[in-house]
Design a protein around this ligand. Structure first.
Ligand SMILES: *[C@@H]1O[C@H](CO)[C@@H](O)[C@H](O)[C@H]1NC(C)=O
Ligand SMILES: *[C@@H]1O[C@H](CO)[C@@H](O)[C@H](O)[C@H]1NC(C)=O
Length: 439
């Protein structure tokens, strides 16, 4: 390979030129770091780095640290004019989109820009030896860095706190800052910008990076579609169908309502299972299984498994005892709590996918309206059911029609029992009052 000639020549020249450590994960993205000689000897001061990649990337990021939490992150994306990049320093805060960091002393240098479909950022950082949440020895032979990028449309923003979608690829690497040390250029990457190619990058850096290899997921082509399906099905189930099923049993009244409720909720749970299957796949291929959204999602779907069990137990006991029983309240309140958590988790999912603020607001409004409606129905049902005999489902709350289903029979038998001689001396209201309500 003719590359070795280059490498030999450059190795000779390296005593004069600024040294750099480079790493090119894939996708045409490359990172390079230079620690000027003065910084290397004093342990603090300016360092330089370069981020390059195709403009088919929505954004490209590099961070100091071994994981997103506490990392000192630098994102670049196309500016509003489309001729340069916006450099956005951010602090990694775990599972959420990193927040813009105003304390980072970073400067975008000459040579930065977008040309020939390549985004380039030449950056000087004057306080990269420590930041809120971490620090880095600028002479470390194995300094820990993370990187990520997202393919997609241009962000086209001059705002350093622009809302960025979740990375499509990420990983970590180490830079030997000793071998990146040298030179005194105040823009070490300026001249090499035009000539640096991905092949020289990926070859020359192999000794600098002991990247963990498997750290970078390959995103399958249908990823976006599956994620879209997941983002439609799960909200329909949690925000619409579950609350509708829960409200239905409060406000409707017809023979077999209990079984309609059971069927409706089971059908909705099937939708939930399908969307969880997609969610798990999404999380596995994008390495997001440890995200809060993924964990809560799986917990919620697991927790809902209790519902058919408690619901059926309630029903069977009701058939025998004729009143709300040990399984009634667990079924009702567990369902309300878990579905509410599921609704909240939808918001976390939108945040995780880097959905637009508009999208998040739209979800928030619809979810809040549905949830409030549900709570109002619960409250009204509770108030109306006070001092009233009720059937198994507590229906007949809003309707006083005569019903002839098995539920109604239950109610009658209950009334009959309550009308036993023991209770005869009590007014009718008081007969019903001590019985626990569904509330
Ligand atoms: C991009 O911005 C940097 C910093 O302001 C500047 O030095 C550089 O010349 C700009 N590049 C282009 C192509 O305008
Ligand atoms: C980094 O240094 C190597 C050789 O020392 C050089 O070939 C390469 O172009 C440099 N990369 C950048 C981005 O300056």
């Amino acid at each position: 390979m003719h590359f070795s000639y280059f490498f030999g020549a450059l190795a000779l020249a390296s005593s004069v030129l600024a040294q750099n450590a480079t790493y090119c994960p894939s996708g045409g993205v490359c990172y390079a770091v230079n620690v000027p000689a003065t910084t290397a000897s004093s342990g603090s001061g300016d360092i330089y780095f370069q981020i390059t990649g195709p403009s088919s990337m929505s954004w490209i990021g590099l961070g100091q640290g071994s994981s997103m939490t506490g990392a000192n992150i630098f994102m670049i994306y196309a500016n509003a004019a489309g001729d340069n990049v916006t450099l956005s320093p951010r602090l990694g805060s775990g599972n959420t989109q990193p927040k813009s960091d105003t304390t980072a002393e970073v400067t975008l240098l000459a040579g930065s820009g977008i040309s020939n479909n390549i985004m380039t950022a030449n950056v000087r950082c004057s306080n990269c030896n420590s930041w809120s949440g971490g620090s880095m020895s600028l002479t470390d032979t194995a300094s820990k860095w993370i990187y990520a990028y997202k393919s997609g449309s241009a962000v086209s923003s001059d705002d350093v706190s622009a809302n960025l979608a979740q990375h499509s690829s990420y990983g970590d690497t180490t830079f030997n800052l000793q071998s990146a040390a040298g030179g005194s250029s105040d823009n070490p990457f300026l001249t090499s910008t035009a000539t640096s190619t991905s092949s020289s990058g990926s070859n020359s850096d192999s000794s600098d990076s002991d990247s963990s290899g498997g750290g970078e997921p390959r995103i399958p082509a249908n990823f976006a579609n599956v994620r879209k399906a997941h983002a439609i099905m799960a909200p329909i189930a949690f925000v619409m169908f579950f609350p509708i099923g829960a409200m239905g049993i409060r406000v409707l009244s017809f023979p077999g309502l209990v079984w309609f409720h059971a069927g409706w909720m089971t059908f909705t749970y099937v939708i939930v299972l399908a969307s969880m299957g997609m969610g798990v796949w999404i999380a596995v291929v994008s390495q997001q299984l440890d995200e809060v959204h993924s964990i809560i999602g799986i917990a919620v779907v697991g927790a809902l498994l209790l519902q058919p069990i408690s619901g059926l137990t309630h029903h069977l006991l009701y058939k025998r005892v004729g009143r709300p029983n040990a399984a009634t309240y667990p079924h009702v309140w567990w369902g309300r709590a878990v579905i509410t958590l599921g609704i909240i988790n939808g918001g976390l999912g939108l945040q995780l996918s880097g959905n637009t603020v508009k999208g998040e607001i739209a979800y928030g409004v619809v979810a809040a309206v549905m949830w409030s409606l549900w709570m109002v129905v619960i409250a009204l049902a509770f108030i109306k059911s006070k001092n009233k005999l009720e059937g198994e489902t507590g229906e007949a709350i809003f309707m006083d029609k005569q019903r002839h289903d098995s539920t109604e029979m239950m109610r009658r038998s209950v009334s009959y029992q309550n009308g036993s001689p023991l209770n005869l001396s009590f007014p009718r209201e008081n007969v019903a009052a001590p019985r626990p309500m569904y509330g």
